[in-house]
Structure formats: C-alpha cells, structure tokens
Design a protein around this ligand. Sequence first.
Ligand code: MSP
Length: 476
Amino acid sequence: MDGKYYLTIPIFYPNARLHMGHAYTTTVGDVIARFHRKDGNEVYFLAGSDENTEKMVRAAKKEGKEVKAYLDEIAHSFVALYDRLGISYDQFIRTSDEVVHWPGVREVWQRLVDAGYIEKRTYTGLYCVGHEAFMTEKDLVDGRCPDHDEAPQELSEENYFFLLSRHTETLKEKIQSGELDIVPAARKNEVLALLESGLEDISFSRPKEKMTVGVPVPGDDSQRVYVWGDALVNYISALGFGTDNDALYKKFWPADVHIVGKDIIRFHAVIWPAMLLSAGIPLPKKILAHGFLTSGGRKMSKTLGNVIDPVELLDGYGAEALRYYLLRYAYSFEDRDITKEHFHAAYNADLANGIGNLTSRIMKMATSYLNEGVSVAAGAYDASFEDAMREFRFSEAMDIVWGMVAELDDRIQKEQPFKVVKEDAQKAEQMVTELVKKLHVIAYHLEVLLPETSRVIKESVENHVMPESLFKRIDE
Ligand code: MSP
C-alpha cells in the first residue's frame, strides 16, 4: 500500500432510475473506499453518469423533456440515492460535462491517432439498441440479444475504428502475469480465453446524424466519439487528465481498482487497457467483477422490467438494512437471486431480532448492573475477517460478523446474567462487562460495512447509555 487508493464504479446510464443492481455496485464501492480510508490511505472514490448516448436522448423524448433538464433530473436522483445510502464518493462525473470530461476524451483520441491506432472504415453489422453496440452472431440466442430480448438491426456506416487487435499479445501477457489483475480468477480466465480466440478492431465513432450528443471527433466534425471511446475515459478525465488542472491525475492514477459488473468486464479488461497502452498511459492495477442480481432467474434490468426499486426498500427499512442485505445476500462473484420477501425475512431475523435485539439486551443489562461504562480496547480485526475484506469477499465478512452476533446471543442464553445478578452481582457484572467488550468489537468490524449501526453501538457503549433505536421489527 503506498498511502493512496483510487477506486471507481461504473458510470451508469441515465435512461432510467437506478435499481438494486446499481445500488449493489455502489455499496460495494463504498465499503472498499471506507475500508482503505480506515487503513490510513488517502482514498479517491469516483462515481458518475454516462450521458452521451442516444438511448438517453430517446428516454428524454419519451418523457417529453429537454435533454439537459432530463439529464439534470436523473443525475440528481443518482446523487440523492447515493446520499441516502451513505455512499462516501469524492466526485460525481457527468460525461456531458464539456469542461470536466471532454478535454480528456479529445486528448486520448489524439494520442490514439498519433500512435496510428485509429482508422476510417465502413462497418456493417448487427446493432443492438439496448447495448448500444454492434454484436456478433455468437452473442445472439435464436437471433436475439439475450440481455435485451430484442433482435438487433443490420446497420452499415462509416466509422473510425480503434485497432484493438494489435494489442492482443501484450494484453494477454499483462493479464497472465497479474500486472493487470482480474478478480475473481474465473473472470480472468474468461478474458484470457477471449484474448486467445483473437480480438476484432472496434468502431469508436458514429456519424453525427446517428449520434446527436457527445464529443465531436477531433479533426472531423461529422462524427462523434462513440460509447467506449468516450465513457471509459471518465476514469482519468475526472482527475483532470488532458487539462492543466491535472494534480489529481498525477496523484491518483493508475487506479487501484475498477469495480464492475461482469457484463462490462470485456470493456474494462480489454478495450480500456488497450486504449491506455496505445496512449502511453499506465494501466489500472485491478478489475473487480461481481456477479448479477437476478430476479425470477433473469438478470435484473430496466430493459426486462424485473427490477426491485432500492428507494422502496430505503423508505421501508432504511439505508443500513439495504446495505446489509446487498453485502450479505446479494454480493457474490456469481449471480444471486433476490426477492422482497427474502429481504423482509432477513431484516427481521438478522437485524431486528439479531443485532438490534442483542445490542439493546446487552446495553440494558450494562446500564442497569454497571455503575460506570466499560473501558474498551482499541479495535483490531479478526484475521479471517480482514482477509475476506482485502480479497473482496464481503458476503463472507458479513457472515463472520453475524457469527459473532450469534455467539453473543448463545452466551447470554447459556450464562443468563439476568438470573445470576440476583445471587452474585459481581459475577453478573463480569459477565456483562465481557459482553459489552465483545459488542464493541462487533461495532468495530461493522464500521465500514454498516457505518451508522456501528456508530450507534459504539456511542451507546462509550457513553454507557441505551442505544438509539436500531432496526425495529417490521410486521407485514
Ligand atoms: N454506462 C455503462 C458503464 C460504463 S463504465 C465506463 C453501463 N451502465 S449501466 O447503467 O448499464 O450499469 C451497468 C452496471 O450496473 C453493471 O456493470 C453493474 O455494475 C451494475 N448492474 C446493473 N444491473 C445489475 C444487476 N442486475 N446485478 C448487479 N449489478 C448490475 O453499463
């Protein structure tokens, strides 16, 4: 660790409100940011929105809104959701921002041109509107895009191409050696297999008539920089790359980790590093790809209409409950199916009857039996918890903490300090003192996972008072 840590989450498309899948990635980013801050690093955590897309223009039209007003409203809703979830991001970049984002895109483009990696070609292909990308036959199932359940349209046009294929061998080497690390190993192997099968050059621009928003191609006003040539650059443009104001870039690049869902691993592990190699910019150190949330067995997506709205859960159960559920039951390198019913059951079992009840039981005894507060030791992590956190196994980290919760519940059950106190007050005091210390250890472990819950428990222990209410039982 060199004292600084730069992490990013995907910039989301603003063609609809965010759903649980987005809240999930964002919460994971927040936990990583908090963990490294607590470790003593200077952390920079970037979030944002991917605004230069035709599907956003279509969404604005559908709602009868001006593009700018529409974008402002959605970006505002993203930030409002992050604030409610307690996301400790440092910057929110919007790719429609001509001052912050566009100079970086132009600079990267120019470097690709200068290094001979951009070429004009005619392209004919199958274009999926949902993906905003050309697809190949092998991406399709029964002639349809499996993610969007739509048949792609055949399209032919003049584009500038990025000569991605030239980097195949170098990328293979960097990924194999771990210089560019991909977590988990299964995804790394997938990317290596993809490189093994060979890369095709990709379209990096579209004619202005087809793409009405976005950065004009430097030196050719008839085209605009298209999707990945534009969006991926946010990770450095946000830091001032391509401008005189690039102190953050100099300080924080290369990124320590790009967090992505497995749907966009290819773009982050292949196209982005290839762009950076061509432009003479250092590669990010790591890409973390998590699995998908599914609902009814299919990827949760606004296109498929099977989304769970995080705002509804926030309203009903609060931010800490949502963070808890996402980290323990949604988080995985593989896919996981979630339902509102399971969320509700987990809330009552693990939070209301679990940590909420435990905290109030222990603090009730502490404030009744002990004349003064328990002095608590400086915190330290359980070794397997720390390993899980460093290796991005957050669901396991949560299991470990809830193991501690169960252990304290058992201990109270077995020792019964509330009975002992009637015969041997001193012994009961010792028992409760131990319980309070262990409760404080739980709070220490929860600091970066459930920051509010951790604060409430710590303040209760340290001030020797009953806790503010934590996770009231909710009956349906
Ligand atoms: N705009 C691009 C990303 C550009 S990054 C330079 C994009 N946006 S998106 O709005 O579609 O968001 C995709 C990301 O949202 C996924 O990579 C993932 O992080 C998150 N998720 C969206 N749906 C998800 C699930 N159903 N499950 C888990 N995460 C999901 O792609």
